[in-house]
Design a protein. Structure first.
Length: 314
C-alpha cells in the first residue's frame, strides 16, 4: 500500500507520546510526586504534545477532515472509532495525574490511582491503533499475530528512551532508566524480526482464481485486460509495491538503527556526563527506526484488490 506520511507521523509520534506518558504514570504510582517541577512539567508537555501532534496529523490523510468527528459514533464496530474515543478519554486521567504529580492538586492518595488509569488508557489506545490494521483480513501482512505486540513494543521502547533523555537533561538520570530502555529496544527488535519472518513464510493463499470465483473450475485464470486504462485511487493507494531488494535494505536499516540505539543507551551507564548526549542520540536513533519501520509496514502490505490488477497471489 502507498505509505501516507501523515499516518506514519501519527503512529510514530503518538506511540512515543503514549509510551512516555504511561511510564510517567508508573513513576507517579511507584514514587509519588515528581522530584522536580521542571522535569515533570517538561516530560508531561512533551508526552501530551506528541500525542496531540499525532492525532492532528492523522486527519491530514482524510478526504474531508472536517468530518473526522463522525468516526467517534462507530465505536461499537470500528477499531478506528474506538481508538479515537480512547485517545480523547486518555486526556482526562492524564490531566488529573499531571495536576496531582506536579503538586497542583494536594490529594496524594489519588496519585497512584490516576497514574494507573493513565497507564491503562495509554495501553488501550495503542492497542486500538494496532487493531485497526491487525483485523483487516484483506491484507495478509497486517492480519498477523505480532502486529499488535510490535506496536506496543515500539511505543514502550521510544517512550522509555525519551524518558531517559529528558531525565538526563534535568540531571535525574538513573541506570534503571537505561536498563528499561535496553530491554524495551531488544524486545522490539526481536518481535520485529519474528514479524518479518512470519509474513515471509506465510503462504500466499489468495489467488486470482479465488477472487473471480473460478477456483472450483480447476482452470488457471489469466487476466486478459486490466480493469482501468488510467490510474485510479485503488491503483494509487492499494497498488503500491516496494521492490524486494529495497524492502531488505530497509529492514536492515531498521535493525541497525535499533542496535545502535541499544549501544547508545548502554554507553550512558559509565558516566553521568555521557548520559545526556548518548541518551538524546539513542532517542533519535529509536525514533528513526520507528519511522522507517512504519513506512515499510505500509509499503509491504498487499491488499487482495491487487488480484484484479495483475497480481497472481496475495
Amino acid at each position: 500500500m502507498h505509505p501516507a506520511y501523515s499516518v506514519i507521523l501519527f503512529t510514530t509520534a503518538s506511540g512515543a507520546g503514549y509510551g512516555l506518558l504511561a511510564l510517567l504514570g508508573l513513576v507517579g504510582f511507584n514514587h509519588g510526586r515528581a522530584s522536580s517541577l521542571w522535569f515533570g512539567g517538561t516530560a508531561l508537555v512533551i508526552a501530551l504534545g506528541l500525542i496531540t501532534l499525532g492525532l492532528l496529523s492523522s486527519t491530514f490523510h482524510l478526504g474531508r477532515p472536517e468530518r473526522a468527528w463522525r468516526a467517534f459514533s462507530q465505536w461499537r464496530s470500528s477499531w478506528l472509532s474506538r481508538e479515537g474515543v480512547a485517545s480523547v478519554i486518555t486526556f482526562a486521567p492524564a490531566l488529573v495525574f499531571g495536576a496531582l504529580w506536579l503538586g497542583f492538586l494536594d490529594e496524594p492518595r489519588w496519585l497512584g490511582l490516576a497514574g494507573l488509569a493513565t497507564v491503562l488508557m495509554c495501553a488501550v489506545t495503542v492497542f486500538c491503533t494496532a487493531k485497526i490494521y491487525s483485523t483487516l483480513t484483506t491484507i495478509r501482512q497486517w492480519h498477523q499475530p505480532l502486529t499488535v505486540p510490535v506496536y506496543l513494543a515500539f511505543a514502550l521502547a521510544t517512550g522509555a528512551v525519551l524518558l531517559m533523555a529528558i531525565a538526563s537533561v534535568f540531571g535525574l538520570y538513573q541506570i534503571f532508566q537505561a536498563g528499561l530502555a535496553v530491554v524495551a529496544l531488544v524486545l522490539t527488535l526481536v518481535l520485529k524480526i519474528l514479524y518479518w519472518r512470519g509474513i515471509d513464510s506465510d503462504p500466499k493463499t489468495r489467488t486470482i482464481e479465488a477472487a473471480t470465483g473460478l477456483a472450483r473450475q480447476g482452470e488457471k485464470v489469466r487476466q486478459w485486460e486490466v480493469p482501468h486504462t488510467a490510474e485510479n485511487f485503488i491503483m494509487k493507494e492499494m497498488g503500491f509495491v516496494v521492490a524486494r531488494k529495497h524492502a531488505e535494505k530497509l529492514r536492515r536499516t531498521v535493525m541497525i538503527l535499533l542496535v545502535l540505539a541499544i549501544l547508545a543507551t548502554v554507553l550512558t551507564i559509565p558516566s553521568a556526563t555521557l548520559a545526556i548526549p548518548f541518551s538524546v542520540l539513542a532517542f533519535l536513533l529509536a525514533a528513526a527506526a520507528a519511522a522507517v519501520e512504519r513506512w515499510l509496514f505500509f509499503a509491504e502490505a498487499q491488499h487482495v484488490v491487487s488480484l484484479y490488477y495483475g497480481t497472481e497471489r496475495a
